[in-house]
Design a protein around this ligand. Structure first.
Ligand SMILES: [Zn+2]
Ligand SMILES: [Zn+2]
Length: 251
């Protein structure tokens, strides 16, 4: 059985009781983190040992998706049971980009304990029992959407993305579609090619034929319940509001 646990549901910056983007996927005894946004490492430690994370996939290089990589690195470096490396899949240039903020005494161990691999759209990663297929998201920086499959269980994650046909392919018939729904339509107009509104997320889930839609990355000043209500106007399936520490079994 595959289970999703939301470790950070806030978009752009943390809100009261809401960390930034991070999602734990557990299958058998394997643990994959999708993003590692600011504040999320505290939530991770409520449900798992930091040393038990097998791989991390960064959707893109905005701080609300990677800032707690630093905490993950230090927690693995000083872990009571000893050091252990973690595989980090990310868009090109991530290791050099993230390494810039580390002082000289930490760079060698960062490279040793966070083993970076370049991830690109079209690739399929075999991560333990999980098959992860990557798609191009539409965002101001290079960004990945991911489709995570174990057996018949499928989770699709938009990362940060505006509406794009690639996301329909990513989320086609997925059991759970975890989708960027940052904004409410009424607050627009918004810049093109950045995020989606609740309504756009709902329409996308409907086009993809997703089973359940989880609206996430809602901007902290907005009410996620209102965003979900907007999505319901375009999607007839079950809709859930992402909240930190919510567990969502895929089947
Ligand atoms: Zn974001
Ligand atoms: Zn972003």
């Amino acid at each position: 059985m595959t289970t999703l646990t939301i470790l950070g549901s806030a978009g752009t910056h943390p809100g009261p009781g809401r960390a930034c983007s991070s999602y734990l996927v557990e299958a058998d005894d394997y643990r994959l983190l999708l993003d590692c946004g600011n504040g999320s490492l505290a939530n991770l430690q409520r449900v798992a040992d930091v040393a038990d994370v097998d791989a991390l996939l960064l959707s893109h290089l905005h701080p609300d998706h990677f800032a707690d990589v630093y905490g993950l690195y230090y927690a693995r470096r000083f872990h009571p049971s000893g050091q252990s490396p973690v595989d980090v899949y990310a868009p090109p240039g991530a290791e050099a980009f993230l390494g810039q903020l580390l002082p000289a005494d930490s760079r060698e161990s960062f490279a040793r304990l966070c083993r970076f691999h370049t991830a690109a759209p079209g690739a399929t990663l075999e991560l333990g029992p999980l098959e992860v297929t990557l798609f191009a998201a539409r965002h101001p920086v290079e960004a990945l959407a991911s489709r995570v499959r174990q057996g018949d269980d499928v989770l699709a994650y938009s990362g940060d993305s505006a509406d794009t046909p690639e996301l329909v392919d990513c989320a086609r018939d997925a059991d759970v579609f975890l989708c960027d729904a940052t904004w409410l339509t009424a607050g627009g107009p918004y810049p093109d090619g950045v995020h989606m509104t609740g309504r756009q997320a709902g329409a996308l889930a409907a086009r993809a034929g997703a089973g359940r839609l989880v609206v996430t990355h809602v901007y902290p000043a907005l009410d996620p319940v209102q965003v979900a209500a907007e999505a319901a106007g375009a999607f007839g399936g079950e809709i859930m509001v992402a909240q930190d520490l919510l567990r969502v079994p895929l089947s």
